[in-house]
Design a protein around this ligand. Structure first.
Ligand SMILES: [Mg+2]
Length: 495
């Protein structure tokens, strides 16, 4: 099993090199001054606790399918083929047609699968390109957590299996059943109990987590945890991640000022639920430092912290439940953890030459097309002249021009064909390198994907894991490279 977290390369975090290696960097959409951040909050699952995705998916898929069979689905599903590497975040389930879609930022469907069969361009156009797609409606389900990838894997596998065996499928009902069975598997312990029994198998312990927390605390920042996991699970997981990480902190509780388990996010950001003291069971609007609570809400926590909203940084992995709601309901600053970035950055690095060539080909195509259009327009003018001229004295010269333009057009068309052939082969190879089914997580063709768009909109900063923050000074000023609008680029002197 490959370790995602190699041992730190430096002895002391304060002696770390700057800038950090690409894979350890924090990327910035909206400027953020860490020196002005007084409190840092964290989500737990997939933010501090990095699950081994394939292992977790296998566990969730098998638990979900077993429940589907219990509820009347054919027993043969227990031995059907599924692919843990099929789904990525940012996909859309079409409950009506049984397809799984990937869109760009304009909700244009760029890739679609039915089961494991890729839809042709015509099929996509027919199903999705004639009217505006509305992801918020009952027909579509947006997949934006790593936790729910297994539901997509089950959906595609069941559609594929049943239809290959000649059965018809009620796509909407199937998806609801899968969601219900997946939720049941989480509630009844089919998944979580197994994880708790063998944490190292399912969760990677980031050895720098204690160092990160200590560094932030030493800079005077308050730390807190808001997780939807139940208190027992949270205690077991946090103990595994942090107990004995640093001598000064014998228990994970020593690092954190406030802890809210079973917080019901996104309700935590939108509602007014009281904090319930785990020891006494009493409800309060004034959470105290060092105590363990369930429930809670953002307004009371912020009052207890005593800081303005924009002095709080919240670190989470879930677009909707963590960063989007925090951003819409408060002025909290947000950091998004995207563990898939390790793979994305690796492909960008390994295929730098191919990516550069793809962009050159794109420019070549534009240039050839421009020239082609120019010759086509001129040829039209020449042909008009020839028709008007009849057998006039200048006819020979117009004829020569016509031949010249035609030759140029033939030459350019051949060039265009060559460029297109190279480009589509290269695009396919690059897309495969990112992901065998969907290509890059952040891009859809040449556009930003709908997932990438949400990261841009709601995450002030984003990075592959929480401890990358420890690569920077607690006073660091993260600056976005996107401070110019398209019309400024190229018109500003020196740019
Ligand atoms: Mg999470």
């Amino acid at each position: 099993m490959q370790e995602r977290f190699p041992a730190p390369e430096f002895d002391s975090p304060s002696g770390s090199v700057f800038p950090p290696p690409v894979g350890r960097r924090v990327y910035c959409n909206r400027n953020l001054r860490l020196d002005q951040v007084k409190a840092v909050g964290f989500d737990m699952d997939y933010t501090l606790a990095i699950y081994r995705q394939a292992e977790m998916d296998r566990l969730s898929i098998e638990a979900t399918v077993a429940k589907l069979v219990e509820q009347g689905y054919p027993e043969e599903l227990l031995s059907m083929k599924y692919r843990t590497d099929f789904p990525i975040r940012g996909l859309l389930i079409d409950r009506k047609l049984g397809n799984v879609l990937k869109m760009d930022r304009y909700r244009y469907v760029k890739t679609a699968y039915h089961g494991f069969r890729k839809l042709t361009r015509d099929e996509r156009r027919h199903a999705y390109h004639t009217r505006r797609l509305r992801p918020g409606t009952g027909r579509y389900h947006w997949v934006d957590t790593l936790y729910s990838l297994s539901e997509v894997a089950v959906y595609a596998a069941v559609v594929e299996h049943l239809e290959t065996h000649g059965r018809s499928v009620d796509y909407g009902r199937l998806f609801s059943d899968i969601r219900r069975c997946a939720d049941l598997s989480h509630q009844d312990g089919s998944i979580l109990d197994v994880v708790l029994e063998d944490l190292p198998r399912y969760v990677e312990r980031d050895p720098e987590l204690g160092v990160l927390f200590h560094k932030l605390r030493s800079a005077g920042k308050r730390l807190f945890l808001i997780t939807n996991s139940g208190p027992q699970y949270t205690d077991a997981m946090m103990s595994y991640l942090l107990d004995d990480a640093l001598e000064e902190y014998p228990s994970w509780r020593n690092y954190l000022d406030y802890v809210c388990a079973a917080s019901k996010k996104p309700g935590f950001f939108t509602g007014k639920a009281p904090f319930v003291d785990l020891l006494t069971g009493s409800e309060t609007r004034d959470p105290e430092r060092g105590r363990l609570y369930t429930g809670g809400n953002i307004a009371d926590l912020q009052r207890a912290l005593g800081f303005a909203g924009d002095e709080v940084l919240y670190v989470g992995d879930h677009i909707y439940g963590d960063v989007l709601r925090a951003k819409k309901e408060s002025t909290w600053r947000t950091a998004m953890i995207i563990q898939e970035m390790d793979d994305e950055l690796r492909v960008l690095r390994e295929h730098a030459v191919g990516l550069e060539r793809a962009s050159t080909l794109e420019q070549m195509r534009d240039a050839v097309q421009d020239e082609l259009r120019e010759h086509q327009a001129r040829l039209k003018r020449v042909e008009r002249k020839l028709a008007e001229q009849g057998s006039g004295p200048e006819r020979a010269s117009w004829e020569a021009k016509r031949v010249r333009h035609r030759r140029s057009i033939d030459r350019l068309r051949a060039q265009l064909k060559e460029v297109d052939a190279e480009r589509s082969a290269l695009d396919e190879a690059l897309s495969q390198a990112f992901h065998p089914f969907w290509g890059s997580l952040f891009k859809a063709g040449n556009e930003v994907s709908s997932f990438g768009n949400q990261v841009e909109q709601y995450g002030c900063i984003y990075t592959s894991r929480a401890t990358n923050l420890a690569q920077y000074s607690p006073m660091h000023y993260f600056q976005s490279p996107r401070h110019r609008m398209p019309h400024e680029i190229g018109s500003t002197p020196g740019v």
